[in-house]
Design a protein around this ligand. Structure first.
Ligand SMILES: NC(=O)c1ccc[n+]([C@@H]2O[C@H](COP(=O)([O-])OP(=O)(O)OC[C@H]3O[C@@H](n4cnc5c(N)ncnc54)[C@H](O)[C@@H]3O)[C@@H](O)[C@H]2O)c1
Length: 429
């Protein structure tokens, strides 16, 4: 043991802003900010702390409750409600901003954040159109800041193990697979009822698996097809979807292909045992990987509390509010870890070495394909294609499909009975 009390470890503080203070803020950002205020050690950097300086949202209701619970008024974040909230947030002294507004409201806010020269973290799906992604990438490059997206399922220990086996060549060449993610009705009926018109559960949650497949198996996205069902959330002939079934086809360097089906719903009965039902199966030349988020762990019953207030099969890997063995209350899991990792990357860019080497540190952080917007192109392409196919379906033209990097354009949509494709995006994906 040595006495290092004479050594001084530098302490750095990042100031953060939050756009959108809804369900995901409560589940993951709130516990992240609470832990990050106390700081943690980051190699080459010292102790890194994060102060939440402002909360921008439409009504400010949840922000007010958070600020009240926070206690100390001198370090409490500002409650910036209403249409000017984002501008007020950006005119303050923030280093990064997290965007957790509804999916179709990410782009405008993300653009303002980057244009103000702040680092950006967006909830999945980053944006809904490749043209929007192009604009954000260009802004991030111009302002020399990070632009990243949260796909927390990439940090699920089961998905990390799957990717490890693929990377090591123990599981050889994926051939096909399916993924299913079913959300309870409460999500479409209460949680998102305000912004659900014209939306679908595929963009909201299939995107987790689009990214998992894209990141884990690599390959080039070639074709996208999609269908869905209506009639529970809204009218059976409208443009709001209860459930969707998406098909992605990928090509690999050896000339072989793989196909994946991703099924999603937000109308599963509220009393089913898990909060969300998540299942995957991937088939390889030499193996099969089966994963089921509910069946991997705990089953718990508490009279009068499960399954509504307390879940029968909680996903403690994602987010668990626990009493630590040493007596503290804590909240941990990959949903929080992914946010910590982003702050770690921003901290390393800003404080992880001499100012003259910031460019190199920024370039290294941008190479991280799990969260950089530059590596989100095929995922956004799949989302844009799915949304376009569902829009045509709702307009009376079911059965469209989209080809990627066709001679006519980066994303081209084919309609049954029409010889000419419609170009959705003309650059290379
Ligand atoms: N990582 C995950 O697994 C996960 C889970 C749930 C949601 N999400 C994503 O997080 C985002 C938010 O979802 P949620 O469940 O928290 O939604 P929510 O409806 O609970 O909350 C949305 C918040 O955004 C605010 N908002 C809406 N429009 C705004 C605007 N123009 N300016 C500022 N604030 C605005 C609302 O006031 C509210 O605070 C979505 O993109 C969703 O896909 C991710």
């Amino acid at each position: 043991m040595s006495d290092e009390s004479a050594s001084t470890v530098p302490v750095h503080c990042l100031r953060a802003g939050m756009a959108g203070v809804g369900m995901i803020f409560d589940e993951t950002y709130r516990p992240f900010f609470e832990r990050a205020r106390r700081g943690w050690y980051v190699q080459n950097c010292g102790v890194l702390r994060v102060e939440l300086s402002g909360l921008a949202s439409r009504t400010g209701r949840r922000a007010a409750a958070y600020i009240e619970a926070h206690g100390e008024s001198e370090t409490a974040p500002q409650n910036l409600a209403g249409p000017e909230g984002i501008r007020q947030l950006l005119s303050g002294d923030v280093d990064f901003v997290c965007v957790a507004t509804p999916d179709q409201r990410h782009f405008e806010i993300a653009r303002e954040v980057l244009a103000a020269g702040k680092h950006l973290l967006i909830e999945k799906p980053s944006v809904l159109l490749l043209a929007e992604l192009d604009e954000l990438q260009a802004l991030a490059a111009r302002h020399r800041v990070l632009a990243k997206v949260v796909y927390h399922k990439l940090l699920d220990p089961d998905h990390k193990k799957l990717r490890t086996l693929v990377a090591e060549g123990q599981l050889v060449h994926v051939n096909s697979g399916y993924c299913s993610l079913l959300e309870p009705k409460i999500i479409s009926a209460n949680q998102f009822s305000e912004w659900i018109a014209g939306r679908n559960p595929g963009t909201y949650v299939a995107v987790h698996y689009i990214k998992l497949i894209d990141f884990t198996f690599g390959g080039r996205l070639r074709r996208i097809a999609c269908t869905g069902q209506r009639g529970i959330v809204a009218a059976a002939d409208g443009d709001t979807w209860d459930s969707t079934e998406l098909r992605l086809e990928y090509g690999y360097d050896d000339g072989r292909e793989a196909a994946f089906d991703i099924h999603t719903s937000w109308v599963t009965p509220d009393n089913f045992p898990g909060y969300v039902e998540q299942e995957v199966q991937f088939r390889f030349d030499n193996g099969v990987w089966n994963g089921h988020s509910r069946k991997r762990g705990v089953e718990c019953t508490i009279e009068d509390r499960t399954p509504h207030e307390v879940k029968i099969t909680p996903n403690n890997h994602y987010n668990a509010d626990v009493l630590e063995p040493w007596g503290e209350r804590g909240q941990r899991g990959y949903g929080i870890e992914v946010l910590e990792r982003f702050a770690h990357e921003v901290g390393t860019v800003e404080f992880g070495g001499p100012a003259a080497e910031r460019e190199q540190r920024l370039a290294r952080a941008r190479e991280l394909e799990y969260n950089d917007l530059s590596a989100d192109r095929q995922t956004v392409a799949a989302v844009q294609a799915m949304e376009a196919i569902l829009a045509r379906h709702a307009a009376g033209q079911p059965g469209c499909m989209v080809e990627v990097n066709h001679a006519a354009g980066g994303l081209v949509l084919w309609r049954p009975g029409h010889g000419e494709p419609e170009v959705l995006y003309d650059q290379t994906v």
